[in-house]
Design a protein around this ligand. Structure first.
Ligand code: AKB
Length: 316
C-alpha cells in the first residue's frame, strides 16, 4: 500500500484514517475524497482532497487514474439508523457505491478494503461469541447491504482476482469526529453529554449488549489487514473483530468512575432498539487473531480515560 484513495473521508472512520495515512505514507500519497468539501476541515485542507460522488463511476475511475493509486479504501455508506429511514437509498448507495469501488479496483488492479459490520448478523445467529462463519440473516437494510457487500467483494476476489479485504466493525468510539446515523452512536454521545451536561438520556435499553472498539484500534486493524500476507488469509470478506462488549449501564459505570455525579436515564427509540436487538451481544474474532494477528490495545478503562482526557482538551 503506497498510494491510497479513500472515499467517505469526512466520516467518523475516514477523517482519522486520512490523518494517520498522511503521517505514514506522506501527504502526496493519500487522496481523500467525499461528496462534499468542508471549508477549514483538515481532511480538505491539509493534503490532497477531491470531491467524489461514489455513484459516479466515470469520475471515480478518473480520480483513481489521475493519482495512480494502488489501494482503494471505500468508506462512503449510510449507517444503520439512517438506512432504516430510507431503505431504498440505503441499498442504492451502499451497493451501487461498493460495486463502483470494486470496479475501479478491478480496472486498476488495486488492493481493496470496505468495512462490513456486526450488523451483517441477524437475530437467528447465536448472539454470544457469534462465530465467524454462521447463518447471516440480517433484518435491517444496512445489514442486508453488509452481507450482500461481503459476498460481492468475495465474488470480485474469486472471479476477477481483486485483492479485497474487510472487517466486520463493532460500534466505534472516537473523539475527533462524531459518528452519524448509527445505532451504536450512543457510546460517543454518552461521553460528550457526561462532560457537557453531566447527564445522558440513552435511546437503548439497559442490558443491550454490543461489541465496541476505540478508533485507534479500528484504524490499526484496517492498515494491518491491508498489509497482511495474502497467503495467510483464509477469510477475506469479512473478519469479525472486537475489543469489548458493553451495555449502556456498563459504559455509564466506566465513565462514572471519573465523573461521580454523572447521571443516566433511558428514553427508548423503538427503531434503534429493534436494530440493536437483532445484532450479536459479542462476536468471536479468533480467525482475525489467527490469520493476521489482530490485537486491540484499548480495553474499556483505557478507552474511557483517553476519551475523557481528549474530549476535555477539545472542549477547552
Ligand atoms: C452503526 O451503528 O450503524 C454502525 C455499525 C455498528 O456498523 N456503527
Amino acid at each position: 500500500m503506497k498510494k491510497v484513495l479513500i472515499t467517505g473521508s469526512l466520516g467518523q472512520i475516514g477523517s482519522e484514517l486520512v490523518e494517520r495515512l498522511r503521517k505514514d505514507l506522506g501527504n502526496d500519497n493519500v487522496i481523500a475524497t467525499d461528496i462534499r468539501k468542508l471549508d477549514g476541515n483538515p481532511v480538505c485542507t491539509e493534503g490532497i482532497f477531491e470531491i467524489l460522488d461514489v455513484m459516479n463511476y466515470d469520475n471515480f475511475l478518473a480520480i483513481a487514474k489521475k493519482y495512480h493509486v494502488d489501494t482503494v479504501i471505500h468508506l462512503a455508506a449510510l449507517l444503520s439508523a439512517t438506512a432504516e429511514k430510507n431503505p431504498k437509498f440505503g441499498w442504492d448507495l451502499n451497493m451501487g457505491g461498493l460495486m463502483n469501488a470494486l470496479d475501479v479496483a478491478k480496472e486498476l488492479k488495486t488492493k481493496f478494503f470496505a468495512p462490513s459490520s456486526i450488523a451483517a448478523y441477524g437475530p437467528d445467529a447465536n448472539p454470544n461469541h457469534t462465530p465467524q462463519d454462521t447463518v447471516m440473516h440480517p433484518t435491517t437494510m444496512y445489514g442486508v447491504t453488509k452481507v450482500a457487500g461481503e459476498l460481492l467483494a468475495n465474488y470480485y476476489h474469486t472471479r476477477y482476482g481483486v485483492d479485497s479485504r474487510s472487517v466486520r466493525f463493532p460500534g466505534l468510539i472516537s473523539y475527533k469526529s462524531e459518528p452519524g446515523g448509527g445505532t451504536s452512536d450512543y457510546n460517543v454521545d454518552m461521553f460528550y453529554q457526561a462532560l457537557l451536561k453531566g447527564s445522558y438520556e440513552c435511546y437503548l435499553a439497559e442490558g443491550t449488549k454490543m461489541d465496541m472498539m476505540y478508533m485507534d484500534d479500528a484504524i490499526d486493524a484496517i492498515i494491518n489487514l491491508l498489509n497482511a500476507d495474502p497467503k495467510k488469509l483464509v477469510h477475506r470478506n469479512s473478519f469479525n473483530i472486537t475489543a469489548f462488549s458493553l451495555a449502556p449501564e456498563e459504559l455509564f459505570a466506566a465513565i462514572k468512575k471519573h465523573i461521580p455525579d454523572f447521571k443516566l436515564s433511558y428514553k427508548i427509540d423503538p427503531v434503534k432498539q429493534a436494530i440493536a436487538d437483532s445484532w450479536p451481544n459479542s462476536i468471536d474474532d479468533s480467525d482475525a487473531k489467527k490469520e493476521w494477528g489482530f490485537k486491540p490495545e484499548f480495553d474499556v478503562d483505557k478507552m474511557t480515560k483517553e476519551m475523557l482526557v481528549k474530549l476535555t482538551e477539545k472542549f477547552k
